[in-house]
Design a protein around this ligand. Structure first.
Ligand code: ADP
Ligand code: MG
Length: 224
């Protein structure tokens, strides 16, 4: 059983003359222990795809299954619980709360999910690997885009989710940091047996992927 399975997914926005079909009959599966990379230019539907895969958005038609459960059967509350317990999102907007320091962002995660998170030592190692361990008392607006991006990555990994869905996680990073993040995500897949799905236009991440897909004009095709 695949951890995530998308079957015949269509997504449209708008009606009449303003109607756009962003995803066209998309089929996709993600498995444990693998990093899947979805490449596509800006506007090709990457974020739409990822948010549908994680239940943040519903498709116009088609089925999303997470660990064999159909998401459409879930109530909003059940979907929230599923995300909290199983899915780590790295969103394009970073989604960090402006009034919390880095340390407090992690404390907030711990308040919502009390068990199964990384230990304090594991978290410190992760922050060091990402080069952000000196920033724990900083607020979002006191950090660069790249630093915010790395905090967002650490926050997604901290609860030990089985599934990691990352939207352009390296957009604000220089090549050295891309390597660190690529290796980290790969390690999460291989060592920790997680399912990792990354959507991006960053070709530098190709080297870390088990599977590579192209999203073009709403159609997903497998390349590797
Ligand atoms: P990408 O992440 O690849 O840049 P998106 O998934 O964000 O692409 O967007 C794909 C297309 O869908 C774009 O043309 C965008 O304008 C459109 N779109 C995305 N979300 C909405 C929405 N909520 N309402 C209307 N159009 C949308
Ligand atoms: Mg996007």
């Amino acid at each position: 059983m695949s951890v995530i399975e998308l079957k015949n997914i269509n997504k449209e926005f708008g009606t009449g003359i303003s109607r756009v079909q962003v995803l066209k009959n998309v089929n996709f599966t993600a498995d444990r222990g693998e990093l899947s990379l979805i490449l596509g230019p800006s506007g090709s539907g990457k974020s739409t795809f990822l948010t549908i895969a994680g239940g943040l958005q519903t498709p116009s038609s088609g089925t999303v299954m997470v660990e064999g459960e159909r998401l459409e059967q879930y109530s909003a509350r059940e979907r929230d619980q599923l995300r909290l317990n199983k899915i780590g999102f790295v969103l394009q907007s970073y989604n960090l709360l402006p009034y919390l320091t880095v340390r407090e962002q992690f404390e907030l995660v711990r308040k919502n999910k009390k068990t199964g998170n990384m230990s304090a030592d594991e978290l410190l190692t992760l922050l060091k690997d990402l080069g952000i361990d000196q920033l724990v008392n900083h607020y979002s607006d006191e950090m660069s885009g790249g630093q915010n991006q790395r905090v967002a990555i650490a926050r997604a990994l901290y609860p030990n989710p089985e599934i990691i869905l990352a939207d352009e996680p390296t957009a604000a990073l220089d090549s050295n940091r891309v390597q660190v993040v690529g290796q980290l995500l790969r390690q999460m897949a291989i060592k920790h047996n997680k399912a990792i799905v990354v959507v991006t236009h960053d070709l530098r991440l190709r080297a870390y992927a088990d599977h590579i897909y192209q999203l073009m004009d709403g159609k997903l095709t497998r390349e590797k």
